[in-house]
Write a protein that binds this ligand. Structure first.
Ligand code: FAD
Length: 468
């Protein structure tokens, strides 16, 4: 191993090859603190060529590679196992905005660029890069693309996959594929770009990407709508889509229990309505005309929802501060549920039409199996993505959930499968769900995935133990 470390230091500079326990510790720790891996080194190349040189050395010395961006992933994909054989290859030093083409509505960025910096660079030329998620201050474009991240604007703009036109990739053999094409039409063979997006670092290392930009909206308006049932939320979604079209950029659902938790753990939170309701929908419109036009669209949707007895009450933000306060209700849910105690978390996707049945059926199955469980149900319902989290019964200790975790996962995932859904909507499989997915994907699909992996990475050096 000393020969490998010396060769890496020679290739990219001694200060960028970390081996001291204190220096490498942050790269080994899972974001949620569930697991600490082990690595022979953390390597921090500063260019695509240095990434390629590092990968070639890993081939020479048979060293597995765990690519890492911001290490904000939630499925143990960006941390190594505990064998100590792998390196963590951090992309953080590849952080240049290479080019912005405002006419073509594209930008080319290094994979280690922080998402928030990419959003700001687009904003500087009056363009929008719409990917947005709570970890945007530390996650990277390479990590976003490798996990095909979703976030709050998927309803209008799609996942990371839909926001990417081209890639530059270092292959598992250390070759550089320059696929940085800024084209919206390119039918010239297999779509390698789409293969690498969502591959969670198992097929190669993304070193740069061409991203799509959009016109900046002139105005944004937010409303919180009180609802009695999940089916009413879906009727409201259809109404908003019909009346607002592409202006509808966010539609988030949260249950009454989510609201209770936010008010309990953030006592400064003001109750949005005089009465409590079973569910709430947060609607966001982004309008290309004007603030007045956005306000009119939103008023019309809410007026129609009330007259059709879909919504008993609603508040429309009339200032940025009010809009921020409404979004805070949604964004504080993960923090509030953590303050309440342990949770068994599920990031699932369902056909939108089946969300109501899924929630009712799964709630009942869980209550039957373990009476008193409390479901923290919220998510990007406009694109069918639910965070269906399960908290321990009131007054039970944190330790209550652990022995039940496997049973809870089984009930929830089987139910997701029954309703035609996916057990991982936007976080990926990583090491956490690698075995679980075998229960839900057919042997044919798993074999196709393994064939691709074997063809591109026959020595299994790229992020081994993840996904397949
Ligand atoms: P990492 O965590 O470093 O890596 C993620 C995976 O990609 C790993 O398998 C890693 O090996 C691989 N990888 C990283 N960089 C590269 C590269 N350059 N080439 C090849 N493989 C690479 N996700 C969502 O989709 N939607 C959300 O709304 C959302 N909200 C979140 C909120 C919070 C508070 C947190 C902590 C996480 C959230 N996530 C969300 C999950 C996570 O932030 C995203 O998946 C993010 O896209 C990961 O980016 P990263 O740079 O941190 O990647």
């Amino acid at each position: 191993m000393t020969g490998f470390i010396a060769a890496c230091r020679n290739a990219i500079g001694a200060r960028y090859v970390l081996t001291d326990a204190v220096d490498i510790a942050p790269y080994l720790l899972d974001k949620r603190g569930r697991f600490t891996g082990s690595a022979c080194a953390v390597v921090r190349p500063g260019s695509t060529e240095e990434v390629a040189a590092t990968v070639r050395l890993c081939n020479d010395f048979n060293v597995p590679i765990v690519p890492q961006g911001g290490n904000t992933g939630l499925v143990l994909g960006s941390v190594p196992d505990d064998s100590g054989k792998a390196i963590v290859l951090s992309l953080q030093r590849l952080n240049a905005i290479r080019n912005i083409d405002a006419v073509n509505n594209t930008m080319t960025v290094d994979a280690g660029c922080i998402l928030q910096h990419v959003q700001q660079a687009a904003g500087n030329v009056q363009r929008l890069f719409p990917l947005s998620l709570a970890a945007e201050g530390s996650c990277t474009i390479g990590g976003n693309l490798s996990s095909n991240a979703g976030g709050t604007a998927v309803l209008r703009y799609g996942n990371s996959r839909e926001l990417c036109l081209g890639l530059e990739v270092v292959t598992p053999q250390g070759d550089i594929w320059n696929g940085l094409r800024a084209l919206r039409k390119d039918n010239t063979g297999y779509d390698l770009r789409d293969l690498y997006i969502g591959a969670e670092g198992t097929l190669g290392i993304i070193t740069a990407a061409v991203l799509k930009l959009f016109p900046q909206p002139k105005a944004q308006r937010t409303a919180l709508v009180a609802l009695r049932t999940v089916d009413d939320a879906l009727r409201l979604l259809m109404l908003a889509q019909q009346q607002c079209g592409a202006a509808l950029t966010g539609f988030e659902l949260m249950s009454a229990f989510c609201m209770t938790l936010v008010q309990r753990h953030f006592p400064q939170t003001r109750a949005p309505f005089p009465a409590a309701y079973a569910h709430y929908a947060l609607i966001e419109l982004s309008d290309s005309e004007s603030d007045e036009h956005a306000g009119m669209l939103l008023d019309n949707v809410i007026g129609a929802a009330m007259s059709q007895d879909i919504a008993p009450d609603a508040v429309v933000a009339t200032s940025l501060a009010q809009s921020t306060a409404l979004w805070e209700l949604r964004e504080r849910i993960p923090l509030a549920q953590a303050a309440e105690g342990r949770n068994v978390k599920h990031d699932v996707a369902l056909p939108i039409s089946r969300i109501g049945d899924f929630i009712a059926t799964t709630d009942a199955l869980l209550q039957q199996a373990i009476p008193g469980l409390r479901m923290v149900t919220f998510g990007h319902v406009g694109d069918g993505n639910l965070h269906y989290n399960v908290a321990q019964p009131e007054n039970e200790p944190d330790s209550f959930l652990l022995p039940h975790q496997a049973a809870i996962n089984r009930i929830v995932h089987d139910s997701v499968h029954h309703f035609g859904g996916s057990i991982s909507a936007e976080h990926g499989l990583g090491a956490l769900k690698r075995d679980e997915i075998l229960r839900y994907k057919s042997a044919v699909e798993m074999n196709l995935m393994r064939t691709i992996k074997q063809a591109l990475d026959p020595r299994n050096l790229m992020n081994p133990g993840k996904v397949v």
